[in-house]
Each structure stands twice: as structure tokens, then as C-alpha cells.
Design a protein around this ligand. Sequence first.
Ligand code: 6R9
Length: 572
Amino acid sequence: MKVEALPARAGVHQLHNYEEIAENFDWTEVEKEFSWYESGKVNMAHEAIDRHADSDRKNKVALYYKDQNRNESYTFYQMKRMTNRAANLLKENSTLEKGDRIFIFMPRSPELYFLMFGALKMGLIVGPLFEAFMEGAIYDRLDDSDAKSIITTPELLSRVPYDRLPKLETVFLVGEDVAEHEGHIDVLKHLPTSSDKFEIEWLDKEDGLVLHYTSGSTGKPKGVLHAQYAMVQQYQTGKWVLDFTETDIYWCTADPGWVTGTAYGVFSPWLNGVTTVILGGRFSPDGWYKAIEDFGVTIWYSAPTAFRMLMGAGDALVKEYDLSTLRHVLSVGEPLNPEVVRWGAQVFDKRIHDTWWMTETGAQTICNYPSMAIKPGSMGKPVPGLKVAIVDDQGNELPPNQMGNLAIEKGWPAMMRQIWNNPAKYESYFLKDKWYVSGDSAYMDEEGYFWFQGRVDDVIMTSGERVGPFEVESKLLEHPAIAEAGVIGKPDPVRGEIIKAFVALVDGYEPSEELIEDIRQFVKKGLAAHAAPREIEFKDKLPKTRSGKIMRRVLKAWELDLPTGDLSTMED
Ligand code: 6R9
């Protein structure tokens, strides 16, 4: 697919000379922006909060928080005091020390962020968990990482199997009715009386920061460990990609259980001293548009599933809100369907800028920069200072337009530093001791733009034709009756594989043989005959991760009657 480049957006000051910067970029230039460049004393919480609290940004709002019951704001100075209180509370009520693992398992709230940064001030490694996790998922993560502590709520406590976790010493409980006893600490009781002065634990730039568990296509979830040094890339991409300026109001919709919710929910904006909005509670189209209007959001970072759900809620709803403050909209997590891009341009008058990265990369990697011409459907170009290439299975670089493994040259600032407890697994990601192999397949065009094709293990081979499930799903979504679509290859004795689509219908449509035929013809005409699904099955809902990715491996397991594997990241 060859699409004309769109013109660059006017008036943006960063990365106008992408080619030149990308050619010679040296990350030590960015290191100089941090106080540790001189002092050697590193701590994310200092750079993200205290540094601003001790500067002209002291009374600038760091956090706007809103949910059904609360609507609060905290300046950088207030964040410094609250995170100091949290750090003291954690320290005084446990044996926690630098490098110990503490998990956070609770719904979004200001306290979640006080405690997360309080833990970072103590030099702990923080493991964020989705609140939807059930007991098995909690057990696997805490057990694998020998966690010493967890922060949760009385409502979620029953899912923490502390009797089976001998290393788990302290449970911090955030809620109203807390039965405090040995090892169970009532956070809201102690927080107001804890000292608001705290001596930060100084770290080395290679010391641990966050531990995000993520599930692969097989096996148990693995713990991806990031170092403090990730802040260098998280900070700089905030400028280049998110286009942060001093007056922006930024909203990243991701939960901190997903890497996007830590790296770009709080780290990147706060490293840049930018005001951040956190919305609690569940997704609702009205609630989301209202948040943009109420807070005057200027930069909005979300995900394709969310955009698709907003699209499904209809254009009339958009018109009920004043979204005129929005100046930059971005997406991550899944391929951004051209249909969604067209819709965004139409209703927000903004092109949605796609960004590609993954838990393991720790920060944005391939992006559409605001100042660069974009090709809809392309993930964009590599972040300057990173070398990204398409390689074959032996690690040889492939020429433009050839599909292969999307790989990144080892050693970028935010690269994961370990798979917890599993060095062999960590090593297995690298080819020729040079390339980190992402597991995604893609190609690069002559102009250096990267095009996503699929997860390597999801690509379908049907009658000798290679079909990316994403392409078919995108086409299916354009059909008026289809709300969600997931496509897999189903083994077939004749064709190798056939394409099977699982679809959820828009309200008001009913499954029928005619509809199946209509959908098939729609894909045939719109895409290609060989890409039309031979089988179409209707579902009320498709299996998705908490971060919105359609779980094709679950569809495949259903289809083939195989065990579904680890489902801990699945939406409830
Ligand atoms: C940040 C995050 C990583 C996987 C990645 C890829 C998919 C992410 C994408 C995209 C197409 C994009 N992915 N961004 N696919 N276009 N712009 O999502 O991390 O949860 O680890 O997922 O998500 O398949 O390999 P993570």
C-alpha cells in the first residue's frame, strides 16, 4: 500500500530537521538535562516531582484527578509533600529496602500515585498490576519476583494469596474499613500524620525502576525490568513525539498496569514538568469527551480500541462537547486502522499520530512526529538515536520493501535490562548479540517509513498467500454491521490455512447467512479475494487484553480446542 505523505503540521518547533538529527544524535546531550549528570545521584521521583517543586513550577498543577466521587488537583509542591508522606509511611511500617519489589494493585486514585512515587523515593522497584487481575495472576507475579510488599484495597485483598507467598511481609491497604494488624497497614490512617520531609534514596542510573509483567504467546507472564536510565528516552520522546510545551494539559488514557500508563501516563510528562490528567473509573464516551472539555486537554494519547469505541458511540455525541483545545492526538498499542484515522480527521479535525513501541522497549521507538509528513497506516520513523531495521531470522538486514522481523539495535536508553529471574529468556530476544527481535513483522519503504504487518506468530499463510490479520480486521471494521473483529489462520488440509473471522455486531444487527455472505463480499471487493474470510463466526464480545489488544491466540485456542494459556491480562 503506497499512500501519499500528508503535509507537515505547521508551527511545531521540534524535529523539523529529522534526517539531520537522526544522523548524529547523541544521548549524552539529553543526560545533561538531569541533575544526576553532575551529581551522579539518580532517582526518577526527584526528576519527575521534587526538582519541579523546588523551581518556578512549584505551584503549577502536576496532577488533575477525576472520577465519580472526586475531582482534585495537586501542584508539584503538593505532590512532593504527599509522596514524601507516602515514602515515610512505607518505610516506617515495613522492612522494605532499596531494590525490593513492591506491587501496586488498586484502581487509579491520587493515592496510587503518591504511593508509587513514595516507593520510588525509597529506591524500591515498583510492579504495577491491573485491578482486574485475579488470584492466580497476582500469585504468579509476586512469587516470581519475591515481592516483599503489595499495596491494595480492602475490596481486592481477597485476591492476594498472602498465605501462599512466604516472602510477602507487608500488605498496605488503601480504603475506609481497614482491619489493621501485624503486616496489614492502614494507609489512609497514617498518611496524614506521616512526615512530609523525606531523604530520597539515591540510586545509580542502572538501578531498577519498574517491573512490568507481560504475557507472550506462550508460557507464563514474564517480568520486564526497566532501569532508572529509561528516563532519558521517556523525557526526550515527550518533547519530540508528544510535543510537550510548558502550557500543555496532557491526558494519557492508559492504566498504570500497562507500560503506557507508567512511561507516558506519569514519567514522561512529569519529567518534562507538564500538567497531567488522570481519569479514574471505567471508560465511557461521554465521560471521556467531558474530561477533554473540562480540563482543556491539549495533548491526548490513547489507543485504537478506545478510538474504535468512541467511533461506535457516534459522531453526534462529539458535537455536544467543546474539544477545541485539542491540538495533538496520538495512539499506541495496536495498528491504527485507516478507518479510525479518517474518522479522527473528520470529527476532531486532527490526524491521529501513531506510535509503536512495546513493554520491552521501555519508551516510544517508531513514531509519527508532529513536524513530519505522515503516511496514514505507517508507524512512522525510528526515534533519533535508535537504529531500527528489518532483519531475517539469522539477523541479516533486509532491503526496503521486504517483510521481516522488526528489530532494534541493542543499547537504546530505555531498553529492558532483565527478564526477572530468567536470563535465558532475556538472551533469547537477541540475534547476533546485536539485534533485539521484537516479534512483530514489518517492512520499511524507500523513504524509511515502517509499516506494521502483524505479530510474527499471527501471520496467516493461505494457499501460498501471506495475509496479515490486521489488514482483514481493518476491512471488516469498515462494514457497517461490525463493531469488533478478530482474524486467525485455521489449519486446512488443502490451503495450509484458511482465514477465519470472529466478529461482534453493532447493536441492531442480527447474525444471519445473508450477513455472512455480505461481509465476505465486502472484504473480497474491498481487499482481495484471497483475504476474504472463509469462515465467519459471531460473538457477543471478543477476547481482549486490558490494554485493548485482541487476543488472537485465545481465538485460535477456542477454534482448535487447545488450552488458552495465560489469561491473566484478559479483560473481564
Ligand atoms: C506500548 C505497548 C507491544 C505490542 C507490539 C505490537 C503492538 C504496539 C503498535 C502495535 C501496531 C502500533 N503494537 N503499538 N502494533 N502498531 N502502533 O503496546 O506495549 O503491551 O508490550 O505491546 O503491541 O504487536 O509488539 P505492549
